[in-house]
Design a protein around this ligand. Sequence first.
Ligand SMILES: [Zn+2]
Length: 54
Amino acid sequence: MPENQTCPSCGGARGTDKVEASVELDEQGQLVPKQRSVWSPCGLCHGQGTVVVG
Ligand SMILES: [Zn+2]
């Protein structure tokens, strides 16, 4: 029988935060490195948090 189980890849967290790096211009026209967190859904369960087994 198929049943839902907690995704082994993300552990049920449905995804992970990835840090994305970029370079932006500030008010003085200086290049400054920036980092921001981007939510990325799990590739195994596609953000469901569970997978169907069986
Ligand atoms: Zn997952």
